[in-house]
Design a protein. Structure first.
Length: 265
């Protein structure tokens, strides 16, 4: 029995369609893979959260401003309770303190700021400027109280002494000679070892009104005449006062030189 081969014109067409479908499927899979990889790269390049964006910005800023590798910048863990808001404007950063380890991060919109601690292992710390050597102390002798001085006390050489005092703490108008306090009285209380100033003392009253005092004249001419006269007013050391000669009634002028002593003028 002879077998009759039947020619089917659709078979080659089906084969071509299958090959075309295979190519389309492979190309679609390839395009899908490329799209998925590009999408994943784009997602990986964008920080997932505002906190991650902030940390990356801080690392980049520290690396740029301190000339270090970004991989060497270590951020201290942030408080998990801290809610970092997204910032619509570029973050502004600076160093608010002397240490380079504290970064202040500020956002203009919305307005907020926070501080981030960073460290850069191996960074050479900037040495503090050397302190200038203090200038050597300069001292000079001045007059200080040898004992507690009370207001109104008449001073003598026994109440004071000379001492060396640092000039950096020297008060103004300080006294330097014992003779400057003779016939004077203290106008305020002064503790021992305190330098005496000219405003701490004043001449004491050596002659009182109505007292008979000894007046001397003629010393400049090489002779001396003394007489007892009556003081017409109180007088301190070095002051001019009015005097009266009781015998003649004549008014005179004298310079107070000591207790109940005046020099005629």
């Amino acid at each position: 029995m002879n077998t009759v081969k039947t020619f089917t014109p659709m078979k080659p067409t089906m084969q071509m369609l299958c090959r075309l479908l295979d190519r389309v499927t492979i190309r679609g899979l390839w395009l899908g893979a490329v799209f998925w990889m590009s999408s994943w790269s784009a997602l990986a390049a964008v920080p997932a959260t505002p906190a991650a964006a902030l940390q990356k910005a801080v690392i980049d800023w520290v690396a740029q401003t301190q000339s270090v590798a970004a991989e060497s910048v270590v951020l201290a863990p942030m408080d998990p309770r801290l809610q970092v808001k997204s910032c619509a404007s570029p973050l502004a950063m600076d160093l608010p303190f002397a240490s380079p380890d504290t970064i202040r991060v500020r956002c203009a919109q919305p307005v907020w700021q926070l501080y981030v601690r960073v460290s850069v292992p191996g960074r050479v710390a900037t040495s503090a400027p050397a302190k200038a050597e203090p200038a050597p102390l300069q001292k000079r002798q001045v007059l200080v109280a040898a004992v507690p001085l009370q207001r109104g006390m008449s001073l003598t050489a026994a109440h004071v002494r000379l001492a060396e005092v640092d000039t950096s703490s020297m008060p103004v108008n300080v006294l330097e000679q014992v003779s400057q306090v003779l016939h004077t009285e203290v106008v305020r209380d002064v503790r021992p070892d305190t330098p005496l100033r000219s405003q701490d003392i004043r001449p004491t009253i050596l002659v009182q009104r109505g007292q008979m005092v000894l007046m001397s004249i003629g010393q400049a001419q090489g002779f001396q005449i003394s007489a007892r006269v009556e003081a017409q007013q109180d007088g301190r050391y070095g002051e001019q006062i009015k005097l009266k000669n009781r015998d003649s009634g004549r008014m005179l002028t004298g310079l107070v030189k000591g207790p109940n002593q005046v020099q005629g003028l």
